[in-house]
Design a protein around this ligand. Sequence first.
Ligand SMILES: C[S@@+](CC[C@H](N)C(=O)[O-])C[C@H]1O[C@@H](n2cnc3c(N)ncnc32)[C@H](O)[C@@H]1O
Length: 253
Amino acid sequence: MTSETPAPEASTAHGETFDFRNKLSEMFASSPLPPEDLMFNLGMYTRSSLFVKFLVLHDLYKRFKHVPGVMIEFGTWWGQNLVLLENLRAIHEPFNKQRTIIGFDTFSGYQDTSEVAQESIDTHSGYETGMDHQAYLAELLEVHEGNNAFGHIRGNHKLVRGDVTETAPKYFEDHPETLVAFAFFDMGPYEPTIAALNAIKPHLMPGSVIVFDELTWAGAPGEAIAFKEVFADMKYKIEKCEFYPSKAIVTVL
Ligand SMILES: C[S@@+](CC[C@H](N)C(=O)[O-])C[C@H]1O[C@@H](n2cnc3c(N)ncnc32)[C@H](O)[C@@H]1O
């Protein structure tokens, strides 16, 4: 199976910016750096719209690192955030090998229909990685873990494949002991978002941080509707993400 690049409409870039983006891709593909040096100098090819994601994740990590529990991403796609979280864990808390990282995804992209806020389905497409990617990502995470401090202790990553409306309730039923320190919601549509929110709700604590990718995107209201329903009876603080205005950060009080 092949992956599809997310629809350009989803991007804020256009025209000349795309030309420069394509040029950067070409320069990366034909880089004169030997592979070892290229891996060590990836910042040469990291554009600001990607670099900001690293900064944001680092800021988020500082917010929840005093809270015990797991880090979760709902909607992992290729898994970059999971790798970044493993490496932030190694930087911030090299001795904390109990900081399990859990990624949920179908690995086959989006479901087709929604009973609530169908617009959220219509505005999302692609993101299919192919089923083999789960195994590749699991190995990649293990390699990163092995590279990091205390790398001989491994196995702190879990990838849960399938529709979150089924996998999230089942995961937390099977693991009632779970404490959730951090959850990143990046699926979009209503059904998976509300299923995952309801699944983690009993496992949140004061200080737990939850990030929503598109809470204020008018073209995709499903995430916001799900959030408002589930958090109606909770005490929380909500902020716009400083460097990434489309993301919203919720801290449980
Ligand atoms: C926008 S992408 C995630 C991007 C990723 N978080 C990143 O920053 O690189 C959305 C992901 O949600 C997944 N997804 C959508 N609906 C889902 C569902 N019902 N259950 C599980 N995963 C789902 C898709 O397969 C896709 O990989």
